[in-house]
Write a protein that binds this ligand. Structure first.
Ligand code: GLY
Length: 425
């Protein structure tokens, strides 16, 4: 029986651990560093710094780990996969070079240009004078992104020039050589493709849609994601296939041609524009909260799937087809601003509701919140509107003072209602 290590501490890593635990071949999953919520459901955690890549490798050797799966982007960008591979340890994720697809927006743009992948036009700048100059060549609205890791929060859409100038001024006040990407705005709706990429095979998971803004009706600041649902039935299979063929596969081919083959989870953020699907960004791991609604749909064996991908095979994966999975993220009311407040976690007693824990610690016999993102609550049902009802009924019943959006899945519900009323076009 196998032992798996998952690296990361959030609800995504909790979902990964539970997915591995469903494998008949897996005896134990340890999550490093994990959180107290996972412990409360019997998952062992090891409190080790996930940025200490040499230490993680030693830990995998001491624990006799058969497979390591990296949930979080930061250790990937720090080179955890290279370190494990040098020691002959099995690990699923991209190398440090390949992880630049997420770590550097400029790198990703260069690969997309080489691969002929449609995306927004952009300019990278590292000083205020050039940034102000570059602004002039973009129509409004425009997008300003911090280069590097920003946990989904480093993107601002500027609808007037004054906003853009202020954003630039603030960025260079914080850091005199701040790397910024100024980009044309792409209008449309977004969805995400998760591709599990091996050395010689690719498996695509059901697509998902995230809700990045903090408040209902897509108001407020961008966050790491306030909720997601999957599959996204109103995006046709043909359109998904077109996006895979034009946005995912050419990038994988180009990465291989450039001697930095990509292995691991490629997360393609897609914008459906009037000119067809375009890439918003690539990430090199599962999305959070998307993983929490995608992974429970896997009916085949996750451990065997990852092993087959690492062995250069082209495995088949089976995903459920009957239901829509809706996940709502519970956050501290001040999120995305930092907080030191602790709130007692609600407990969910309803059958068929999954809770995946994130910023959670223990105080005596109670789980309490510790940070901004606390947990993802997931429900599923035959339609998006029933899935929405199921998950909100479970959350509302707890009367928690944690905050959450009340409209996760609204776009799918709207599309379902159009079909019911015969107004699908
Ligand atoms: N849900 C957005 C992300 O994981 O980056």
């Amino acid at each position: 029986m196998a032992k798996v290590m998952v690296i990361g501490s959030g609800a995504r890593e909790h979902a990964l651990a539970e997915t591995f635990l469903r494998s008949a071949a897996v005896e134990e999953v340890v999550v490093v560093p994990g959180n107290a919520g996972m412990q409360s459901v019997g998952i062992r955690t090891i409190n080790h710094d996930m940025m200490d890549v040499a230490g993680l490798r030693d830990l995998a050797e001491q624990e006799a780990i058969d497979l390591t799966f990296v949930g979080s982007e930061a250790p990937l960008i720090a080179g955890v996969v290279d370190s494990f591979q040098e020691a002959g340890l099995k690990i699923f994720g991209p190398t440090k070079q390949a992880a630049q697809l997420e770590g550097s927006k400029q790198f990703a743009k260069d690969v997309m240009a080489q691969a002929g992948v449609p995306t927004a036009t952009s300019v990278m700048v590292t000083d205020e004078v050039r940034a102000r100059q570059a602004l002039k060549s973009f129509d409004l609205p425009l997008v300003i992104k911090q280069d590097g890791l920003a946990a989904g929060k480093g993107v601002v859409i500027c609808r007037d020039r004054e906003d853009a100038e202020t954003m630039i001024q603030l960025a260079y006040e914080r850091q005199v050589d701040a790397p910024l990407v100024i980009e044309s705005y792409m209008a449309g709706v977004e969805f995400s493709i998760f591709s599990l990429v091996g050395s010689n095979g690719v498996v695509h998971a059901p697509i998902a849609q995230d809700h990045k803004r903090r408040f209902d009706n897509d108001q407020g600041l961008n966050t790491g994601g306030m909720g997601a649902y999957s599959p996204v039935r109103w995006v046709s299979d043909n359109l998904v296939q077109e996006a895979i063929e034009t946005l995912v596969l050419p990038t994988l081919t180009t990465m291989a041609d450039n001697d930095m083959p990509f292995t691991g989870v490629l997360y393609t953020g897609v914008m459906l524009t009037d000119d067809g699907p375009k890439v918003v960004e690539y990430n090199v791991r599962f999305g959070d909260p998307e993983a929490q609604v995608v992974l429970p749909q896997l009916q085949s064996d996750f451990y065997e799937l990852i092993l087959a991908l690492l062995a250069g095979e082209q495995p088949e994966a089976t995903w459920q087809q009957d239901d829509v999975y809706a996940g709502v993220v519970l956050v501290n009311p001040s999120y995305p601003a930092p907080t030191t407040e602790h709130i007692v976690l609600p407990s969910f007693s309803m059958a068929d509701i999954n809770t995946f824990y994130a910023g959670v610690t223990r105080n005596d016999d109670k789980l309490i919140s510790n940070g901004g993102r606390i947990a993802t609550v997931v429900g599923h049902a035959a339609t998006a509107s029933q899935a929405q009802e199921t998950v909100y009924e479970a959350i509302d019943a707890t009367q928690t003072t944690l905050a959450y959006r009340h409209d996760i899945g609204y776009q799918a519900v709207r599309e379902e209602n159009k079909v019911v009323s015969g107004d699908a076009n």
